[in-house]
Design a protein around this ligand. Structure first.
Ligand code: GTR
Length: 337
């Protein structure tokens, strides 16, 4: 399987991460016989990476090594938008991404990325483990992706180099990085800040050089990207509990036997509790590293943030199917946001 030439060129032009010359030439991950390829933007010991590797291990065990997986971690194959495109074309088999890059591809994914839609982690887990989650995963099929499972991503909050954020007024004039998603841009703008879409791997440098004042992310990403070394204010808005998602290329999927498809789905599902265990431990570890470094962490009153962001819901929830999902998520959490 090879990637279309036009895609390779685009990846190269986009400077797709730290690809080796060989990978760049082909635009795809090299394949080992019988092994699937997988990509993740995070470093090897990050929970999403470890959980995806676990999927490969389960498959290898179940098939006596007939199936398996080679993981390209740390954004080796490019940022999430690039690797998603590669996955769609079948140049990559598995890809673990955040929902953000999928927002512009599939409107149903925006529902789980609405600010303050999930009350708690339990609410998020319960909803996405059930029919709502399955519907969102299934909506990816028409885009050439098989949605296998959701992984935790904790809650995202704002950090910056300038000041603690206590009310939306404190955000005015700040240049804040967001992932490349219109929804994220609108969220940040609704709070009065300037949104700067940018791949994750450019954030540290941009913070250090003052190109941006801050960003928003969960504890593990704030810590593992070393952003906390530069952005010394972390304000716990917890505006998003949007999950991560593990997808497979539909092209690869269609080549598997029904039995192997069943094994793949089961392996992905069984990696979820493992991921959550790793995730909870990682949040505690990252929180300690950040706190010990002396970052000023503050709680906020979420009410004015929720209020300022209601327009975002109106803007992005536009179809009956989205409204239905929103209603079911809210009902599972006990009512209105
Ligand atoms: C992280 C997430 C990544 C990526 C990143 C970002 O929390 O795990 O997949 O989306 O955020 O902000 O780009």
């Amino acid at each position: 399987m090879s990637c279309p030439a036009s895609f390779s060129r685009r990846s190269i032009l986009a400077g797709a991460g730290a690809l080796s010359a060989g990978l760049l030439a082909g635009g795809c991950a090299p394949r080992l016989a019988g092994k699937f390829t997988a990509a993740d933007t995070h470093v090897l010991d990050y929970p999403t990476v470890q959980a995806t590797i676990r999927v490969g291990e389960i498959l290898a065990r179940a098939t006596n090594d007939r199936l398996g997986m080679k993981m390209y971690a740390g954004g080796q194959l490019g940022n999430e938008r690039d690797t998603l495109e590669i996955t769609t074309f079948g140049g990559l088999d598995f890809n673990r991404v955040n929902l953000a890059p999928l927002n512009s591809i599939e409107p149903l994914t925006t529902v789980a990325a609405l600010p303050f839609i999930f009350e708690t982690t339990e609410h998020m887990r319960k909803t996405l483990d059930g029919p709502v989650g399955e519907e969102i995963l299934a909506s990816l099929t028409k885009h050439g992706l098989i949605g296998l499972c959701f992984y935790d991503s904790g809650s995202r909050s704002f950090y910056n180099t300038r000041r603690p954020i206590r009310t939306p007024a404190d955000m005015r004039g700040l240049k804040l990085r967001v992932p490349g998603s219109d929804l994220y841009i609108s969220m940040v703008q609704s709070l009065g800040a300037d949104a700067v879409p940018m791949p994750l791997d450019e954030v540290y440098q941009s913070l250090a050089q003052g190109v941006i004042d801050g960003a928003e992310n969960n504890w593990p990403s704030f810590e593992s990207g070393r952003h906390f070394e530069v952005a010394r204010y972390y304000s716990l808005t917890r505006h998003l509990l949007a999950p991560e998602v593990l997808v497979m290329s539909k092209r690869t999927w269609d080549r598997q036997s029904a039995r192997d498809q069943g094994l793949i789905r089961a392996a992905a599902k069984s990696s979820v509790p493992y991921m959550r265990e790793l995730w909870d431990a990682q949040v505690a570890k990252s929180m300690k590293i950040v706190m010990d470094s002396g970052v000023a962490v503050n709680e906020i009153d979420p009410a004015p943030f929720r209020k300022a962001m209601t327009g975002v819901w109106q803007q992005y929830v536009t179809t009956p199917q989205q409204r239905d999902l929103v209603d079911r998520i809210l009902a599972a959490g006990g009512g209105q946001p």
